[in-house]
Write a protein that binds this ligand. Structure first.
Ligand code: MEV
Length: 415
């Protein structure tokens, strides 16, 4: 993976050549990546209603992510500068310390059937007929059994609300390598008539929960003292303490984590809104708190950990119809949804580590504005061969405006 060092300095052609050989991409796959409008109208038209085009988000890679001893090149789709650079930096320093360890629960999703207007004995009736309801639900997700998944549990509870008592029936399904929304929702709609027949009332909502509490993933890294300076460690711990004690900081702390996790979700064709909903509702259980934790071990090393629910798939949804998602999964080389989720958790932790390290010491604006300068140069009309030079001069002047970029351009062109 040393081959990827200095990746950002290569021309796009050189990057593609390296990616092609390292990730065994075909000519066709390279062509798709180079064509930033590669989602065909036909494919897009089958993905959403009223399709009129496609918008573009840059796809980059963060190489050198070592998770459970395996090294990954991580594809990340994001429009924000610095995110990929920060993830790569966190991963590089983690690699020098042995990388990340991670583990993930079985891919079990939960769904709810809401029954309203039932009698007082509805819960007792549910319990009495549980075996039959269980058998029906099991039959409805039987296709998952072929892959080692299927129904894992059934239960019910009464919920008191301002609209009266409701019976909430809950189902747990192992969805294997899918995100699982379609499997679970289809089963819930299929089983609800039987619940109504046995318990009375009327079925309303039949939908999975994005708080995928049975599908959590954890990652950890011990950044060694020396690889990270004592001052940086103290800065990270102070920054973490602010997030752990202040909701205003905590929102941004978790946002930074999700910068990385969402970028991998988007690159791999996953439902990042579901990932977001799961992460933030999990963070809010018992009071909104950081998704990561940091402390110093007895030797003065920095221990970072992350835990969150991650409902992501490597099959199903729009993953198959989106060629870039397919190629991203190939670049990543994760063999299962669980493996993908473990890498994503490591990316979230690396992202947070890198942000706290920069924020606690020199600040993030210097690095961020360097990249932003290139954007401004393009806006000001710089040609590709002029962009770097204009960005550099913008950074030196510390005045990041299109006006200034135009002035610099004029100077460069001898005007
Ligand atoms: C910006 O998108 C993300 C950060 O604000 C995260 C953080 O503050 O931890 C840099």
């Amino acid at each position: 993976m040393e081959k990827f060092s200095g990746f950002y300095k290569l021309t796009i052609e050189e990057r593609m050549k390296l990616l092609k050989s390292e990730c065994k991409l075909s000519e066709e796959e390279v062509k798709i990546l180079l064509d930033t409008g590669s989602l065909s109208h036909e494919a897009a038209n089958h993905m959403v209603e009223n399709m009129v085009g496609a918008t573009h988000i840059p796809l980059g890679i963060a190489p050198g992510f070592v998770v459970n001893g395996k090294e990954y090149v991580v594809p990340m789709a994001i429009e924000e500068p610095s995110v990929i650079a920060a993830a790569s930096k966190g991963a590089k320093l983690a690699k020098e310390c042995g990388g990340f360890t991670a583990d993930a629960d079985e891919p079990v999703m939960m769904g709810q059937v809401q029954i309203v207007g039932m009698g007082k004995d509805a819960l007792a009736k549910f319990e009495k007929n549980k075996a039959e309801i269980n058998a029906k639900a099991k039959e409805l997700c039987a296709q998952m059994e072929k892959y080692g998944g299927g129904l894992r549990g059934v239960g019910a509870r009464i919920l008191e609300t301002n609209r009266g008592s409701m019976l909430i029936a809950e189902f747990a399904v192992d969805v294997r390598d899918a995100m699982g929304a379609n499997t679970v929702n289809t089963m819930l709609e299929g089983v609800s008539p039987l619940i109504v027949e046995k318990c009375g009332g009327k079925a309303r909502l039949r939908i999975l929960t994005n708080l995928a509490l049975l599908r959590k993933v954890r990652a950890k890294c011990v950044w060694k003292k020396g690889v990270v300076s004592e001052e940086e460690i103290e800065g990270i711990l102070d920054g973490y303490a602010l997030a752990a004690n202040d909701i205003f900081r905590c929102a941004t702390h978790n946002k930074g984590i999700m910068n990385g996790i969402d970028a991998v979700a988007v690159a791999t064709g996953n439902d990042w809104r579901a990932v977001e909903a799961g992460a933030h509702s999990f963070a809010a259980m018992g009071g909104y708190r950081p998704l990561t934790r940091f402390h110093k071990d007895g030797k003065g090393n920095l221990v970072g950990e992350i835990e969150l629910p991650l409902a992501v798939g490597t099959i199903g949804g729009s993953i198959k119809t989106n060629p870039v998602a397919q190629i991203s999964l190939k670049i990543l080389g994760a063999k299962s949804a669980r493996e993908l989720s473990m890498v994503m958790a490591a990316v979230g932790l690396a992202q947070n580590f890198a942000a706290l390290r920069a924020l606690g010491t020199e600040g993030i604006q210097a690095g961020h504005m360097r990249l932003h300068g290139a954007n401004i140069a393009v806006i000001a009309g710089a040609k590709p061969e002029e962009v770097e030079k204009v960005a550099k001069k913008l950074a030196e002047s510390k005045e990041y405006s299109a006006e200034n970029a135009k002035k610099i351009l004029k100077g460069l062109r001898g005007g």
